[in-house]
Design a protein around this ligand. Structure first.
Ligand code: 6PG
Length: 200
């Protein structure tokens, strides 16, 4: 389903409302809500809205578990960190228990971090099918999402849930959830803003 909004603010308000709605449905049905967050700039406003009324007052924060769809392999305090973005804009401002926020720290060893994150996810799902309740994704001008870039080998990954990728031109490694895990999610929502991406 594609929903078109006139501007970033209305897109962000719809995304905040969607997350709160899905969180309440999942918490009522299964006692918890798991979400994997998007990085990049687009979701910032959504995260800010989730930290303020009315949405901050409507979500079952004590039942929310936060993961990331991908992370840049920089310190979590680095301005490029997707975890820093979400924590500053939102997560540090709502009462989600700290042990239910699962940042992906791959600053020192991306490959090991990917294995550890997958192990963490396997522990979270405890043998049940790894069905995240919601995955928020962005979209790059080149059509990439998370850190799944067109033509990259990671798109062929059929088993792993998280892998490290290296972007030579950016001189940056990342860890990303893989398509098999993302595609098992109960819901995936792409937050896309800007005319340059309309064709994507
Ligand atoms: C990242 C994201 C990436 C992002 C797109 C869109 O870590 O950069 O996961 O997939 O969502 O590049 O980024 P913008 O929202 O900044 O355009």
């Amino acid at each position: 389903m594609i929903e078109v909004y006139p501007d970033l603010e209305s897109l962000s308000r719809a995304a905040a409302a969607l997350l709160v709605k899905q969180a309440n449905l999942a918490a009522a049905a299964r006692g918890r809500f798991s979400v994997a967050l998007a990085g990049g700039a687009t979701p910032r406003r959504t995260y800010e809205l989730l930290a303020a009324p009315p949405w901050a007052d409507q979500a079952p924060w004590g039942r929310v578990h936060v993961f990331w769809g991908d992370e840049r392999c920089v310190p979590l305090t680095d301005s490029r960190s997707n975890a820093r973005l979400a924590k500053e804009a939102w997560l540090d401002r709502v009462p989600i228990p700290a042990d239910q926020i699962h940042p992906l720290n791959c600053a020192t060893d991306p490959a090991a971090a990917a294995r550890q994150y997958e192990a963490h996810l396997r522990e979270f799902f405890a043998g049940e099918p790894p069905i995240l309740d919601l995955v928020l994704l962005g979209l790059g001008d080149d059509g990439h999402t998370a850190s799944l870039f067109p033509g990259s080998a990671v798109l062929e990954e059929g088993e792993r849930w998280a892998v490290a990728v290296h972007l030579a031109e950016a001189g940056l490694s990342r860890v990303t959830l893989t398509a098999p895990l993302i595609n098992q999610a109960a819901m995936v929502a792409f937050l896309v803003a800007g005319g340059a991406k309309a064709a994507s």
